[in-house]
Ligand binder design. Structure first.
Ligand SMILES: Nc1ncnc2c1ncn2[C@@H]1O[C@H](COP(=O)(O)OP(=O)(O)OP(=O)(O)O)[C@@H](O)[C@H]1O
Ligand SMILES: [Mg+2]
Length: 254
């Protein structure tokens, strides 16, 4: 696709990152991710996948190079204002769902609005604006969980809880979704179900998705493009349909 019509949601140039006194974790990463793409980030344990996600969204600072996320250009780390602007337009999903266990599913989804609007009014479903509750129900409908709206979060299975976490991210109407091993704590069937719902929702809503995974089947099935990291560098960056078994083996072999 010519550059002229592609809008980059994320771009990095010569991104380098090392932690204090450590060897470089990310070494000259050049990356372009366009609007609506679904990207799987793969690589062995400790290759820097989570670190790369954190650099992209300003959760850790980097040593040199440039990052542009959602139109905000920064070096080392974004300013406070840039960070706020980035956060307002993105959602996160992590390996651990991070729900408030003693509160209802609906309240947990409304929490996705925290920091975006409302302050204390958004804090509890009972006093949150009606509009937020309606949006939360819509998000629950999208993940097929309206029946559980009133259940307490600790009454859910792992797969259901992760779908609530997705609804909580969706209610923010993000342009960008960042997910660090969203299915890693789930059994194979629940993991696949969650990824299926997630991937379809971001596609339907035109959201750009960057997720990390150790499950190559998920990478191939639920991403448009697979980026493999190895020894701090991009080992390959290919359309998901073009990645062969031997290429995948090469990512994990020494
Ligand atoms: N806060 C930190 N301080 C120091 N070193 C860190 C920190 N976070 C990560 N590292 C190191 O940076 C390297 C990359 O870690 P990172 O968590 O990004 O890898 P990963 O690819 O996400 O691994 P995994 O597949 O296990 O989640 C590792 O060597 C790790 O020990
Ligand atoms: Mg990680």
């Amino acid at each position: 696709m010519p550059d002229i019509i592609r809008t980059d949601i994320i771009r990095t140039e010569a991104l380098k990152k090392s932690y204090a006194n450590g060897r470089p974790v990310l070494d000259n990463i050049d990356l372009r991710i366009g609007t609506g793409e679904r990207i799987a980030l793969i690589g062995s344990n400790g290759t820097g996948k989570s670190t790369l996600l954190k650099c992209l969204i300003g959760h850790t600072s980097f040593c040199s190079g440039e990052v542009v996320t959602l139109g905000e250009t920064f070096h080392a780390s974004p300013s406070k204002t840039q960070l706020q602007r980035i956060r307002q337009r993105m959602g996160f999903v992590f390996q651990s769902h991070g729900l408030v266990r003693r509160q209802s599913v609906l309240t947990n989804v409304v929490h996705g609005k925290l920091g975006l609007a409302g302050g204390w009014r958004a804090w509890h479903q009972a006093i949150a604006r009606q509009e937020f509750r309606e949006q939360a129900m819509e998000a629950l409908e999208q993940v097929n969980l309206t029946a559980k709206a009133k259940a307490r979060a600790d009454e859910l299975s792992g797969g259901q809880a992760q779908r609530v976490a997705i609804a909580r991210a969706l209610i923010r109407q993000p342009a960008l979704m960042i997910a660090d091993e969203p299915a890693a704590s789930l059994d194979p069937t629940a993991g696949r179900d969650v990824m299926e719902v997630f991937s379809e929702l971001v596609r339907k809503n035109g959201i750009t998705l960057v997720f990390t995974t150790h499950d190559m089947d998920h990478a191939i099935s639920f991403a448009d493009r697979i980026i493999a990291l190895k020894a701090g560098r991009i080992h390959f960056d290919l359309p998901a349909g073009a990645v062969s078994r031997s290429e995948i083996d090469g990512v994990f072999n020494a």
